[in-house]
Each structure stands twice: as structure tokens, then as C-alpha cells.
Design a protein around this ligand. Structure first.
Ligand code: HEC
Ligand code: HEC
Length: 262
């Protein structure tokens, strides 16, 4: 009986498991192969045929080596339409993505196959649909500590030296926010999991998503600086109005006096 059982299990395993593994493997290598082809056509002119980094010395945009940047960097760069880059600018802007999600996945799989790097984050790591108020508050604190220097208090973005800028963060998908922190595009630093733990990243995303849904009660954002900018407006507009009124009264007074004298 025992022998029969072992044999049955053994042959069943032999019949199914390796096949599955082979199937998995070949699906994966097919995807990598497809990514490699897409890469050769759309990316190699700048990044080199094997993603080793381009060096076309005509002052054109040579792309950096992509060895070890990971699937997350490709998903972010191609998913936000930054790549393929179009013309040489101080900064490569977002645009509607050129590739389909399946193609982006293939490109990412190819680049990830070259060397280990940050993977595309799993959906549950940036799912903030059930974020508590506490997490949002915590995310706000982390955002003010780590991000406002470039992206402004309200995530509205800001200018950087040499014609570069940190973009506004409203309307950016949860996944791309996570990947930006993980890969540090262009001038942005990398916030590795040692610097900002996965739950820190998630709370920051929760904060940004909450900010996105908030309306400005007064009609104007005023840079979302709170009492400071509101006070400034009060001063400028309020004092300005008082000055106008004073001038008007003064002018009337003079005319009234003039009439008296005649
Ligand atoms: C016209 C040239 C050009 C083309 C085409 C191009 N890139 Fe790039 N790419 C660049 C440059 C330049 C940078 C560096 C941007 C920077 O850091 O300012 C870059 C950066 C990147 C990065 C970020 C690397 C990092 O360190 O995080 C990734 C990923 C990337 N490219 C992927 C691609 C993929 C995939 C394609 C094809 C779909 C592509 N690129 C097509 C020029 C190009
Ligand atoms: C030193 C300045 C700097 C800091 C600090 C910084 N960023 Fe950035 N960030 C940038 C720049 C510059 C870009 C634009 C990169 C590009 O265009 O490729 C950017 C891009 C992004 C994007 C992509 C936006 C888009 O439209 O696709 C996100 C999301 C983002 N940052 C989030 C953050 C978060 C969250 C933090 C804090 C944890 C942070 N950044 C800290 C400079 C900074």
C-alpha cells in the first residue's frame, strides 16, 4: 500500500509539477524576449542595445545604463510617459504613455532580467482605500519632513535650479507615487525601505490621496499655507481698501471745502 502510495504521488508529481514550472518559465522568458525586442526598437538608440547606457556623442540625449534600475523604474518612467524621451529638455516631462500595460510589463521584465533591482510594488502595499485618519495624519508629517522641500506643502510642485522642477503630485496614481519614492527619478532622491519603511510610503500616499479630495473652503488655495497667506491677503486687500476709502474721503473733503470757500 505504502509503496503504491509513494509511487502514485511520485508519478503524479513527475507528471504535473515540472510541466508547470517549465510552462511558467517559458511564459516568463517569452515576456522577457518580447521586452527585449520592444527595447531594441524604442529604447536602445539612447540606452544602448543591451541597456548598458548610450553614448551618442552628438550632444543628443544619451540615456543612462539601466542595469540594476529594476522593474519599478521602468514601470514608473514608461507608465508616466516620461520614456521614451522625445526631445532634449532640462527635464523629461510626463505625457500620455506610448506603450500598453502589457508592453510596459514586458519592458520591465526585460530590464529586471539584466540585474536585480526594485520590483514593481504589489497592489496591497499602496492600497490606501482603508487608511485611517491616524495614518493620514502620520503620512502628512512624513510628507512635510521628506518631500515639501521640493514638492511644496500641498504637493503643488515647485521650481528647482537649472530649469528643472518638481511636479505637482495631484492626480498621480498610487503605484507611480510608490515607485517614484522607490526609484528617485531624475533630481529626486531614492527613499529606500531603510529611509521610509513600506508603511511610511503607504501613509504618505494616503495623505496625498486625501489632499486630492479636499476642496479649498474659501474658493482659493492661496498656496495652502494656512493663516499666513490668508493673513497676508487680509492685509493687502484690507489695507488697500482702507487706503482707497481714505483717499476718496480726502478728495470729497477737499471738494466740499472748495465749495464752501466759493
Ligand atoms: C531620446 C533618448 C531616450 C529614449 C528613446 C529612451 N530613454 Fe530612457 N532615459 C533617457 C535619459 C536622458 C534618461 C535620464 C533622465 C534623467 O535622469 O534626467 C533616461 C532615464 C530612463 C530611466 C530611469 C533610470 C533610472 O536611473 O531610474 C529608465 C528606467 C528608462 N530611461 C527607460 C527607458 C525605456 C524602457 C525606454 C524605451 C521605451 C527609454 N528609456 C527610451 C533617454 C531616453
Ligand atoms: C530634492 C527634491 C525632491 C524631493 C525631496 C522629493 N522629490 Fe519627488 N520629484 C522631484 C523631481 C525633480 C521629480 C521629477 C522627476 C522627473 O520628472 O522624472 C519628482 C517626481 C516625483 C513624482 C512623480 C510625479 C509625476 O507627475 O509623475 C512623485 C510621485 C514624487 N516625486 C513624490 C515624492 C515624494 C512622496 C517625496 C517625499 C517622500 C518626494 N517626491 C521627495 C524632486 C523631489
Amino acid at each position: 500500500m505504502l509503496l503504491f502510495g509513494l509511487l502514485a504521488v511520485g508519478s503524479a508529481y513527475a507528471a504535473f509539477a515540472p510541466d508547470n514550472a517549465v510552462a511558467d518559465n517559458s511564459a516568463q522568458s517569452q515576456q522577457i524576449e518580447e521586452g527585449k525586442k520592444l527595447f531594441a526598437v524604442g529604447c536602445a538608440s539612447c540606452h544602448g542595445l543591451n541597456a548598458e547606457g548610450g553614448n551618442n556623442g552628438e550632444g543628443k540625449m544619451a540615456g543612462p545604463s539601466l542595469i540594476g534600475v529594476g522593474a519599478a523604474a521602468v514601470d514608473f518612467q514608461v507608465g508616466t510617459g516620461r520614456m521614451p524621451a522625445m526631445q532634449p529638455n532640462a527635464q523629461i516631462p510626463q505625457k500620455p504613455p506610448v506603450y500598453t500595460p502589457a508592453e510596459i510589463e514586458a519592458l520591465a521584465a526585460y530590464v529586471a532580467s539584466l540585474a536585480p533591482g526594485p520590483a514593481v510594488p504589489a497592489q496591497e502595499s499602496y492600497d490606501v482605500s482603508k487608511a485611517t485618519d491616524e495614518q493620514v495624519t502620520r503620512g502628512g508629517e512624513l510628507f512635510r519632513t521628506n518631500c515639501t522641500a521640493c514638492h511644496n506643502f500641498a504637493g503643488k510642485g515647485g521650481a528647482l535650479p537649472n530649469g528643472r522642477y518638481a511636479p505637482a503630485l495631484m492626480g498621480v496614481s498610487e503605484q507611480h507615487i510608490y515607485e517614484a519614492m522607490l526609484t528617485g527619478p531624475q533630481q529626486m532622491p531614492v527613499f529606500s525601505d531603510q529611509v521610509l519603511q513600506p508603511e511610511d510610503k503607504r501613509d504618505i500616499i494616503a495623505y496625498l490621496k486625501t489632499l486630492e479630495t479636499q476642496k479649498d473652503p474659501g474658493g482659493f488655495g492661496l498656496g495652502r499655507l494656512g493663516p499666513v497667506s490668508e493673513g497676508l491677503w487680509g492685509w493687502l486687500v484690507g489695507i488697500g481698501l482702507l487706503v482707497c476709502v481714505a483717499v476718496w474721503i480726502g478728495a470729497k473733503g477737499v471738494r466740499a471745502k472748495g465749495v464752501d470757500a466759493e
